[in-house]
Design a protein around this ligand. Structure first.
Ligand SMILES: *Cc1c(COP(=O)(O)O)cnc(C)c1O
Length: 352
């Protein structure tokens, strides 16, 4: 097998996305999707985009999305790059900013797509072990490197670094690009956005997949110095100039502009998260402090993998990572209050 495959691909271990099962209905708490529907204004805009105009290519500059982001965050259009989900934005960062000469740095426990991109683009990397309490050790992110990537809040721990720590990492790495992946920042993290006008090496990456309830649309973006944005556009226009289709451009722009709806959804998720952490703690779980829309929780009375299987049998899907240091935890996405009640009842039933 693998005849005709390039050597690079033969060796590659690809990312494995969370299950999207089709065999039955589950309470889906495994891929950090938002339990609430997208903004009605976004749905209307997407419906409006479907029609005769679909025969035309979409706007390669995604201007409507760029303008919505510029307005919402008070930055210049030249500081914004839009892509087909933040995964694509992150993938394009690798050839844009990282060479093969010095290893890039990211934590040992973080978003598992980073090492896959590094391997695909043949960028060497070194992982920095999280501290005992699962926080990112800032000092160790200052060793010589060819670039830095930090998910803040981190996944799958949910733990956030304060802005002041991110600033130390930015200031200590002025010769390399520091990417801050803020997929979960809207659920309680502190954004590094204020740093982009001060540090030419900081790139903040966001997505509409989590806080904007649009995982199905695939809209992500990066914010940073014009020079970094230019490099990303050079990569994009060397692969695919039309990364966002007409529906995604219309829906993404409307969702980002509807700040009130977005905020109400985030507030609900945060309230449910706090209530669920309290209930899980009561049931003997060790819950890491979460600034995200998921809870990283380690059961005390049962092995995590066993609980994962038993919850699945009861129709509740969560995520289990069979990896050293975190194999005693489950990552549980925050659903609606009703969904979390089903989860908690199922756990009580399993624990007896
Ligand atoms: C979900 C997630 C992403 C990917 O988001 P998309 O925009 O859906 O591609 C990126 N980074 C982290 C840490 C995530 O958890």
């Amino acid at each position: 097998m693998k005849k005709y495959w390039s050597n690079r691909i033969k060796e590659l271990e690809a990312y494995v996305p969370g299950e999207q099962p089709k065999d039955r209905r589950y309470i889906k708490l495994n891929t950090n999707e938002n339990p609430y529907p997208p903004s009605p204004k976004a749905v209307e805009a997407m419906q409006g985009a479907i029609g005769d105009e679909m025969r035309l290519y979409p706007d390669p500059e995604c201007s409507a999305v760029v303008e919505a982001i510029a307005q919402r965050f008070g930055i210049k259009k030249e500081q914004i790059f839009v892509g087909n989900g933040s995964d694509e934005v992150l993938a394009m960062c690798f050839p844009a900013f990282f060479d093969g000469d010095k290893p890039i740095l990211f934590p040992d426990i973080t978003y598992s797509f980073y090492p896959v991109y590094a391997d695909l683009y043949q960028v060497p990397y070194e992982t920095v072990p999280l501290s005992e309490d699962f926080t990112v050790p800032v000092d160790k992110m200052l060793q010589p490197n060819g670039g830095v990537i930090i998910a803040n809040p981190n996944a799958p721990t949910g733990i956030a670094l304060p802005l002041e720590a991110i600033e130390r990492i930015a200031a200590g790495n002025l010769d390399s690009v520091v990417i801050v992946d803020e997929a979960y920042v809207d659920f309680g993290g502190e954004s590094a956005l204020p740093l982009i006008n001060k540090y030419p090496n900081v790139l903040v990456v966001r997505t509409t997949s989590k806080a904007y309830s649009l995982a199905g649309l695939r809209v992500g973006w990066a914010m940073g110095n014009e020079n970094l944005i230019s490099a990303l556009n050079t990569v994009k226009n060397s692969i695919n100039s039309y990364t966002l289709d007409r529906v995604a451009i219309a829906g993404g722009a409307a969702a980002i502009a509807d700040e009130a709806y977005f905020k109400a959804c985030c507030d609900k998720v945060i309230a449910t998260r706090e209530r669920s952490i309290a209930a899980l703690t009561e049931l003997g779980f060790r819950c890491l402090p979460s600034s995200a829309n998921f809870i990283f929780a380690g059961p005390s009375a049962i092995a995590a993998d066993e609980l994962f299987v038993k919850l699945r049998e009861k129709g509740v899907l969560v995520r289990y990572f069979k990896k050293p240091r975190i194999n005693g935890f489950l990552r549980i996405s925050v659903g609606t209050d009703e969904e979390m009640n089903v989860l908690l009842a199922a756990i009580k039933g399993i624990l007896g």
